[in-house]
Ligand binder design. Sequence first.
Ligand code: SF4
Length: 388
Amino acid sequence: MNSPPTTNDLPADSLANEGELAWQTEGLRFNAFGRALRRRFGGRVQRVSIDAGFTCPNVDGAVTQGGCNFCDNRSFSPSRRVRLKRVSEQLIAGIQTVTKRYDRVDGFIAYFQPATNTYAPVEQLDEIFRLALNADPRVVGLAIGTRPDCVPESVLSLLEDLARHYVVSLEYGMQSVHDDSLQWMNRAHTHADMINAIDRSRGRGFECTAHVILGVPGETHEMMMQTAEEIGVLGFDAIKLHNLYSVKGTPLGDEVLAGKIKMMDRDEYICTVVDFLERIPPATVVERVSGEAPPQYLIEPKWCLEKSAIRNEIGAEFRRRGTRQGDRFIPPALAPEDREVPPDLTPQTIRDQIESRGRLPVLKMQPPESTPDSTMTSDGDAGGLHSD
Ligand code: SF4
């Protein structure tokens, strides 16, 4: 694993859409992330979640305040403080935890997850990302969670440069293609921002993942399927599906506790996920099929704690239907790679923070019980809705 493949070295089945793909040959129902990683790296590769101390323009007032209604952002308000070296400390601690859990782990991906992980002066981003990549020789790449309005050209150039030597995945909080839903979540960006970001990101050597939330109040089944169809239109390399869930201390949690909002029920969610995956391209990697929160914070739905069972039920529903991912995918009239690269529409308030020299106010560390060890799930991914 000393010479990890870069994004440009990917096996054809991750990128092509012709003939039978490896996951289909293996008899899978969808292009599961864990198997895709094994195929790509020839062994087990685990993500290790890192809190590098970022804040969010939806919290610090650059676009608005208060944050998304589902996001417990108290832990990354602009007043916290973090020492930079903690990034490598966290990564090494996470690697040790994962190594104890599995017989053999061949590589690690440093996953910058909480808050908006491209929202800092670009020279600071460069420093933090390289610190993680050099923390251990088994680190093969980065996964970086961000908002679609936080990727000015300077950030994309940095990621393009890193992707020449490492696997780099940029995880966009798309959530939905419907602006009414984005407004309900208090995202403070529109789907047009997402289109602008992905059209400037595509073809630069790093991969793009869409984070999508299913079960937003007011969204019909047809509306969720419109979000599914956009995955192929925009040419995302991977997708992460989450059920909407509520946790304590959030505006959404308060509304759920007050009985004003109901979460999607389990059977409906499973059918919706299968309907969704049938409509995305077969080559898109499926990184998650449900979300989960630490049980002590979760309000509803409790069923999302049963992650393995949910995954099995999704597989069973595919088998019952006799279908697979992509069976209802309709290729867009304009292939993603033929879409025009638009001008950079990053808001000036965000650009000012990223393109200024110096450091954003940084953050105090999370208390010990919230370190990556305790929040990491079995696939090394904290699975939260707050990962942008
Ligand atoms: S979910 Fe992401 S964009 Fe929304 S408040 Fe939390 S960190 Fe910010």
